[in-house]
Design a protein around this ligand. Structure first.
Ligand SMILES: Cc1cc2nc3c(=O)[nH]c(=O)nc-3n(C[C@H](O)[C@H](O)[C@H](O)COP(=O)(O)OP(=O)(O)OC[C@H]3O[C@@H](n4cnc5c(N)ncnc54)[C@H](O)[C@@H]3O)c2cc1C
Length: 394
């Protein structure tokens, strides 16, 4: 059975969709779809409910960069490895193109080299290699022609075009497993076996709330316990530079943002030098990610500004600083800008994600570190294991 229910009209007193479900998922972003996938694989009857007509949140505004190397040591790194493996399965089954593979962490400061060497000595260095400037130049002169001190390459990463991949996952879940999608429908309360929505009641034995950065719609008192706020990012799409990137490109600033590197003691010297040389970048939370699409265009970002309600405006100053970092890292001027947008995600001061249990049959699943595309599928498995008592990876 494939059901896609659309239309905004409320259906007072009547069920929004007939029948009952084992699991209702609130939110059709990557975290909600991950929970729906895990439940559908167990043979459970699943409904996914979202207030938007189509995916419009962080899950389609991101880089589509499924990152393993650099994720915080421990659970986040483990979940990222698991999630990356699942992405490859899902991409195959749902016919989602993997448009790019691998990571090139290019560094232009000598202080970065001992940090990368220390990283390689940890378990997180698996699948990574440290290239000299000469070796990097011989593999990709277009990227390594600038002021490069070393390049850490990682084979783990993959990239999808999120604005196409997210709708494709939803369509695959509906077609392959009969997952019901109820769109243009706000969930007003979730007290299983009954959810109240803007078009009537839905019956489900269990509920998982995956609200992205909506911190006040459902269970606000539970979410506030984690000190969650919202983070705004500025993003750009640039025209095809005329060559293929050898992987996603990051730079020194990324070594200070990604906890897998930044938490190592060897990061201190780099932090001090970047602090003295790139104050404006650090004040705007800027680091570089440059990824490439099938048509050759680049998605480049980003910045981080925190507020309960971030303003929706992107500034030319921040875009300029992002492009300045692109030019410094690649040793070449950035190509012209095609698109600009902002996105927001939930952010907590001291954790990358949480699964909260306001009631035995209810979970809130929230990624609070801007890594939901990289950790969501593993999180979905854990949520479904908690609710339905089946095994999930650690
Ligand atoms: C610019 C940007 C770049 C990023 N880059 C990356 C990246 O490259 N790699 C990576 O791993 N992560 C990245 N992230 C983070 C990642 O995109 C997020 O962590 C992830 O998308 C969060 O997914 P989600 O499903 O929780 O939220 P969302 O995608 O925001 O989805 C939440 C959904 O819930 C719905 N909803 C909320 N409340 C209700 C309700 N009461 N009733 C009905 N519907 C409701 C909303 O309508 C929304 O559709 C980036 C984020 C941004 C903003």
């Amino acid at each position: 059975m494939t059901t896609e229910v659309r239309g905004a009209a409320a259906v007072n007193g009547r069920a929004a969709v007939p029948g009952a479900f084992d699991l209702a998922v609130v939110g059709a972003g990557i975290v909600g779809l991950s929970c729906a996938r895990a439940a559908a694989l167990q043979g459970l009857r699943v409904v996914v409910i979202d207030r938007d007509a189509q995916a419009n949140g962080a899950s389609v505004r991101n880089f589509g960069f499924i990152t393993v190397t650099g994720q915080e040591r421990g659970r986040t790194w483990n979940w990222a490895r698991r999630t990356c493996a699942i992405w490859q399965e899902v991409a195959r089954e749902a016919r989602i193109p993997i448009v790019q593979r691998g990571l090139w962490m290019t560094t232009r400061r000598t202080e970065a080299v001992p940090l990368l060497e220390a990283f390689l000595r940890t378990e997180m260095g698996e699948g990574c290699e440290l290239l000299t400037p000469e070796a990097a130049r011989s593999r990709c002169p277009e990227v390594a022609s600038g002021d490069v001190r070393a390049v850490l390459t990682s084979a783990h990463e993959i990239r999808v075009e999120s604005r196409q991949a997210i709708p494709q996952i939803a369509a695959w879940l509906a077609a392959r497993f009969g997952v019901t999608f109820l769109r243009e429908t706000a969930v007003l309360s979730a007290d299983p076996p009954r959810l109240e929505t803007s078009r009537g009641a839905v019956r489900a034995e269990a509920v998982v709330v995956c609200p992205g950065d909506d911190l006040i719609g459902l269970f606000p008192e539970r979410i506030s316990r984690y000190g969650v706020t919202r983070c705004k990012l500025q993003m750009l799409r640039l025209t095809d530079p005329g060559f293929r990137l050898p992987g996603a490109i990051m730079s020194d600033l990324g070594l200070l943002r990604y906890a897998g590197y930044a938490a190592l003691p060897e990061a201190a010297a780099l932090r001090a030098r970047v602090g003295a040389e790139q104050r404006a970048h650090l004040d705007h939370g800027i680091h570089l990610i440059a990824v490439q699409s099938g048509d050759g265009s680049l998605v480049v970002g980003d910045s981080h500004h925190y507020a309960a309600t971030p303003d929706p405006f992107g500034t030319a100053e921040v875009d300029g600083l992002i492009l300045e970092e692109y030019a410094a890292a690649l040793g070449r001027a950035p190509p012209p800008v095609l698109e600009r947008w902002t996105g927001t995600y939930a952010s907590a001061p001291d954790r990358a994600m949480f699964i909260d249990a306001p009631a035995p049959a209810v979970r809130i699943a929230m990624v609070t570190s801007g890594s939901g595309a990289s950790t969501g599928f593993a999180m979905g498995e854990v949520v479904v294991a908690e609710l339905f008592g089946r095994s999930a990876p650690r």
